[in-house]
Design a protein around this ligand. Structure first.
Ligand SMILES: *Cc1c(COP(=O)(O)O)cnc(C)c1O
Length: 392
C-alpha cells in the first residue's frame, strides 16, 4: 500500500478518455505526457504521440485543424499571440543578407519588428502596396519575403493580393499575409496566391476580448520549415487559450456576418453626418479600391472603419467620453463595438511628421463594429458627434 503523500499525487488522475464523450473537448494543460519506455520516447519525440506541451498539445492541434480548414491551407501553427506568429515567420524565413519587401501600411508593432530584423542584417524596403509599380520597383533578385495585410491600417486601403503574389513569385519570393482585419470569411489569401496567412487570434477569431493568440497557415512544406523557429522561440499557445479559441471559432461565422453587415450600415450613416470630413471603408463607392474589394471579398468589406473629424484633440476626447455604447480600448474585432485613436496609439513611436505622412491626425478615429443593434450604434455616434457643433 502506498502512503498518503504518494497516493495523493496519483489519485483520480488516470486517463478517463475512453469512457467520456463530452460535447466540448477537454482541456489538456499537461506540460508533459507519460512515456512507457525508451522506444516509446523515440516514437513520441519523432512526433508519434504527445510528449511535451511546447512541442504539441491536443487543444492546439484541434484549433489548428479548424484554422487550416477555414483558410484552405494544409497546416497551421497556433501561436501565443499575433506577434508570436509574425516573429516566428519572419525570424524563421529570413537570414542575414536577405531582402524583404513590406507594405508600409501595416500593424505598428510589425513595423517595430522590422528594426530587429535590420539589426540582424536583413535588408528591408517599405513601400505602398496599393501602387503596383512602386512595389515592383522594390523587388530584387535577393527578395525572399513579401509581407502585407489586405486591409491596411489606418485608412482601410485594400491590397490586390493576386497581383502582388504573381510579381513576388516571379522573383521566387514567399508571400506572407497578415489577414487579421479580413478573416477567412472576407477573403482566404491562400486562394489568391499567398504562401502564408497569419492571424492575431486575439481579434475576430476570439471575438470576446478574453483570449490572446496567433496562427500561421501554409503548405505542409512551409510549416515544416517554420516548426523550428516556432519551437525554439517558444511561441506556442497554452491549452486553455486554445480551448477558448476552439469555442469561439464555432460562432465566428455568425459573429462575422453580423459585424460585417453592421460595418456597411455604420459607414453609410457616418458618411451622411455633417461633422465628418471623410469615411474610410471599402464598402463606400468613393473608396479608392471599392471595385477591387467587391471583386475579391467573398462577404462584406471588413469590420474596421476609419473616419476623420476636426483635427482637435480636446473635442475628440469629449466625443469619446460622450459615447454610451461604443468603448475606447486597445484591441479590436470583439462582439462589442470598440474605438481606437491612431494618433494616440502611435504618439510614442512616430514623430508628428511621420504620422502626417501616414494620414494620421488628431481627428482620425477608427472603430471596429460589433454585433449590437445597428440603430443603437448609429444613434450613439450621431449624438456624440454633436460635440463638433460647438465653437471652441
Ligand atoms: C493585433 C494585431 C496583431 C498582433 O496581434 P497580438 O495578438 O496582439 O500579438 C498583428 N496584426 C494585426 C493586423 C493586428 O491587428
Amino acid at each position: 500500500m502506498l502512503k498518503e503523500n504518494t497516493e495523493i499525487l496519483y489519485k483520480g488522475t488516470e486517463d478517463r478518455e475512453g469512457s467520456l464523450h463530452p460535447e466540448t473537448p477537454a482541456i489538456y494543460p499537461s506540460s508533459a505526457y507519460i512515456i512507457k519506455d525508451t522506444r516509446d520516447y523515440d516514437f513520441a519525440n519523432n512526433g508519434g504521440k504527445y510528449f511535451y506541451n511546447r512541442t504539441a498539445n491536443p487543444n492546439r492541434d484541434g484549433l489548428a485543424e479548424a484554422i487550416s480548414y477555414l483558410e484552405n491551407g494544409e497546416s497551421t501553427l497556433v501561436c501565443s499571440s499575433g506577434m508570436g506568429a509574425i516573429s516566428t515567420t519572419l525570424l524563421g524565413l529570413l537570414k542575414c543578407g536577405d531582402h524583404a519587401v513590406f507594405n508600409k501600411s501595416i500593424y505598428g508593432e510589425t513595423i517595430e519588428l522590422i528594426e530587429i530584423l535590420r539589426g540582424f542584417g536583413v535588408h528591408v524596403s517599405l513601400v505602398d502596396f496599393t501602387n503596383i509599380k512602386e512595389f515592383e520597383n522594390a523587388m530584387k533578385e535577393s527578395t525572399k519575403i513579401v509581407y502585407t495585410e489586405i486591409i491596411a491600417n489606418p485608412l482601410t486601403l485594400v491590397v490586390d493580393i493576386e497581383k502582388i503574389s504573381k510579381i513576388a513569385h516571379s522573383f521566387g519570393a514567399t508571400v506572407v499575409v497578415d489577414s487579421t482585419f479580413t478573416t477567412p470569411f472576407v477573403i482566404k489569401p491562400l486562394d489568391f496566391g499567398a504562401d502564408i496567412v497569419i492571424h492575431s487570434l486575439t481579434k475576430f477569431f476570439g471575438g470576446h476580448s478574453d483570449v490572446t493568440g496567433g496562427s500561421i497557415t501554409a503548405s505542409n512544406e512551409i510549416i515544416k520549415k517554420l516548426k523550428q523557429s516556432y519551437l525554439l522561440l517558444g511561441a506556442s499557445l497554452d491549452a486553455n487559450s486554445a480551448w477558448l479559441l476552439q469555442r469561439s471559432i464555432k460562432t465566428m461565422g455568425l459573429r462575422m456576418r453580423a459585424q460585417l453587415d453592421n460595418a456597411v450600415l455604420v459607414a453609410e450613416a457616418l458618411s451622411k453626418n455633417p461633422h465628418i470630413q471623410c469615411v474610410y471603408h471599402p464598402s463606400l463607392e468613393n473608396h479608392p479600391q471599392h471595385a477591387l474589394a467587391s471583386q475579391i471579398f467573398s462577404y462584406g468589406f471588413g469590420a474596421m472603419i476609419s473616419f476623420s473629424v476636426e483635427n482637435n484633440r480636446e473635442k475628440v476626447d469629449e466625443f469619446i467620453r460622450r459615447l454610451k455604447v461604443i468603448k475606447y480600448l486597445g484591441t479590436l474585432g470583439g462582439i462589442r463595438t470598440t474605438l481606437a485613436h491612431p494618433a494616440t496609439a502611435f504618439r510614442n513611436e512616430f514623430t508628428e511628421e511621420e504620422l502626417t505622412k501616414m494620414g494620421i491626425h488628431e481627428g482620425l478615429i477608427r472603430i471596429s463594429t460589433g454585433a449590437e443593434d445597428v440603430g443603437d450604434l448609429i444613434e450613439d455616434l450621431n449624438q456624440a458627434l454633436e460635440v463638433f457643433n460647438k465653437a471652441q
